[in-house]
Design a protein. Structure first.
Length: 248
C-alpha cells in the first residue's frame, strides 16, 4: 500500500471549477482539469472534497462514469453513506472520511466508515493512504458525528485550554510568547505519552501528582471550575449540532 507522501504528483488528477482552486495542485506538479467526469475516466480512486451542499450535484454529474472498479471516498461533512449510494450506481464502492485540522501537519485524527459494497480491501487501502496524515480508525457511521464533536471541534476546545494555560502563566509573570510555546509543547508531549504508552489519562494524571504537591492543588482548582463537566458538555453540544446538520 502507498501513502500520500509516496504518491507521485503526476499520478494525481484534481478537478475544480476554476484555476483559482487548482493552483496549489498545479504548483505540486499534479494534473488538473475542469471536468469532473474526466477524473472518473482516468482514476480508479476518487476523493470528493466539495462543500456538503454541492456534493449531490457533483455525484449526479459523475454517476454515468462510475463503474464497479471505482473506489469513491467522500470527505463532505454530514452527507450520509445512504445518500451517496442513492445518487450513485448500484454496487458503487463508497466510503466516508472525517478528518480534522491537524492533518495539515501529519498529526490528524481521522475516522472512516464504509458503505454496503466497500469491503476489507477498500478500507485497508484508504487507511494506508490516510495514515500518512495521522491516525485513522474505522468506525460505524453512527460514530462519525461523535468524531466531529470530539476531534473536529475538539481542536478548538484544546486551543481554548492551551490559551488558558498560557494566560495563567502570563498572570504569574511569564512572557506571553514563551508561555504559549510551553503550553503547546506540554499538550504535544502529553498526547505523545498517552498514545505511545497506551495509558488511560487518569493513570498519567496520577503519576504526575505527589502528595501535597503543586499538581494536586492545581487539579483541585480545575475541579472547582468544572473543567471536566464543561469539556464533556462541549463534546456533547458539538456532536448534537453535527447530527442536526446531517439531517438537513
Amino acid at each position: 500500500m502507498v501513502g500520500w507522501r509516496k504518491v507521485e504528483p503526476e499520478h494525481v488528477l484534481a478537478s475544480a471549477p476554476s484555476d483559482r482552486n487548482l493552483c496549489r495542485f498545479q504548483a505540486m506538479g499534479c494534473q488538473t482539469t475542469h471536468s469532473n467526469p474526466e477524473v472518473l475516466h482516468s482514476c480508479p480512486l476518487v476523493f470528493f472534497a466539495t462543500k456538503p451542499h454541492i456534493l449531490p450535484a457533483v455525484l449526479v454529474e459523475v454517476a454515468p462514469a462510475v463503474t464497479e472498479e471505482h473506489i469513491l471516498v467522500s470527505v463532505a461533512a454530514g452527507v450520509s453513506l445512504s445518500t451517496l449510494e442513492e445518487l450513485l450506481p448500484p454496487k458503487a464502492r463508497v466510503l466516508r472520511v472525517s478528518p480534522n485540522l491537524p492533518c495539515i501537519v501529519q498529526e490528524g485524527a481521522m475516522v472512516m466508515a464504509r458503505g454496503r459494497h466497500a469491503g476489507t480491501y477498500e478500507a485497508q487501502l484508504l487507511r494506508s493512504l490516510l495514515e500518512a496524515c495521522g491516525q485513522c480508525e474505522e468506525v460505524p457511521e453512527a460514530q462519525v458525528d461523535i468524531h466531529t464533536g470530539l476531534s473536529g471541534s475538539g481542536v478548538a476546545f484544546v486551543c481554548a485550554f492551551s490559551e488558558a494555560l498560557a494566560e495563567g502563566a502570563v498572570k504569574m509573570g511569564m512572557p506571553s510568547g514563551l508561555a504559549h510555546r510551553i503550553a503547546a509543547q506540554t499538550l504535544l508531549g502529553t498526547a505523545k505519552v498517552l498514545l505511545q504508552k497506551g495509558q488511560h489519562p487518569a493513570q498519567l494524571r496520577t503519576d504526575v501528582c505527589t502528595p501535597g504537591g503543586t499538581t494536586i492543588y492545581g487539579l483541585h482548582a480545575l475541579e472547582q471550575g468544572g473543567l471536566r463537566a464543561a469539556a464533556m458538555s462541549a463534546v456533547e453540544a458539538a456532536t448534537c449540532r453535527a447530527r442536526e446538520l446531517s439531517r438537513k
